[in-house]
Design a protein around this ligand. Structure first.
Ligand SMILES: O=C(O)CCC(=O)C(=O)O
Length: 263
């Protein structure tokens, strides 16, 4: 099966635009059969495998367990794009399925990714894939174009389990509603955003699902900080793992290459 649309090709012009504006949207990205297959797998995960009581917008690093997510995150066309961003030695370190059910799902405050993670900032990259049509009403994302060039913005603490910090509101533009870009996606579309670009998303206020996957990568010689996640099926904690998905283990960390093979 062709997971990814034949029309998707990350060119050097796309890359220049991404570096300049700080984000870039590709629509379509998944092929029709790829989209259907991913949606089928997501339905199984949400309806049959998810630990009762766990929210479907907090499924973190399920690529350790779900071959379809691994296959998508490590697809050669995806890695070709990531290689243009961070070089040839690529580590996959996180996936997040942020599936906001109709009339629910979390509010994600304005934040920059890099200061939030304990992995290298300038050396990291990510990809955001929509499995449903996504817009302002069903919890779509907003970003501030060009703001990746402004360095780390002041941070305010916030009471929340998953996002316990946000950009200090006074550091955001006064005319934010005019300058922010609201993502409008058709199901199967994909976006990349610079790890320093401020972004946010609202709860899903519509009667439609908003299912999205975010995969994150870092260079093999970048900072690989520790963190614990919870198994989405059982709630059991497990350590963040760094998989070398392309290139060489240049920092000699004995990185595993695949979660489905015993190393
Ligand atoms: O998908 C969203 O709602 C927000 C995603 C996000 O914050 C991220 O990709 O860092």
């Amino acid at each position: 099966m062709n997971l990814i649309s034949n029309s998707f090709n990350y060119t050097s012009q796309d890359h220049q635009e991404y570096e300049h504006i700080g984000y870039k949207i590709f629509n379509p990205f998944l092929s029709q059969e790829g989209l259907e297959s991913c949606r089928h797998e997501l339905d199984l995960m949400i309806n049959e495998k998810l630990q009762p009581g766990r929210s479907p917008d907090e499924i973190i690093s399920a690529h350790h367990q779900e071959p379809w997510a691994w296959e998508l995150a490590t697809h050669p066309k995806v890695l070709d794009m990531i290689e243009m961003q961070i070089g040839p030695n690529i580590v996959l370190w996180s996936s997040h399925l942020i599936c906001k059910p109709p009339g629910s799902g979390m509010h994600i405050p304005w934040h920059q990714d890099a200061p939030y993670w304990n992995v290298s900032d300038g050396l990291a990259a990510g990809i955001w894939i929509a499995f449903d049509d996504v817009d302002a009403t069903n919890g779509g994302m907003c970003i501030l174009p060009h703001w990746h060039q402004r360095g780390v913005l002041p941070i305010a603490k916030r009471q929340s389990r998953l996002f316990n910090q946000e950009i200090e509101p006074s550091s955001l533009p006064k005319d934010i509603d005019q300058v922010k870009v609201q993502y409008h996606f058709q199901a199967g579309g994909m976006a990349i955003h610079n790890t320093m670009i401020p972004h946010t998303s609202e709860p899903n206020r519509s009667d439609r699902w908003r299912r999205v996957a975010v995969f994150r990568y870092v260079r093999a010689d970048g900072e690989h900080g520790p963190k614990q996640y919870e198994n989405y099926r059982t709630g059991e904690p497990f350590d963040r793992k760094f998989f070398l998905v392309r290139g060489e283990d240049i920092a000699n960390r004995n990185l595993p290459r695949n979660p489905f093979i015993n190393h």
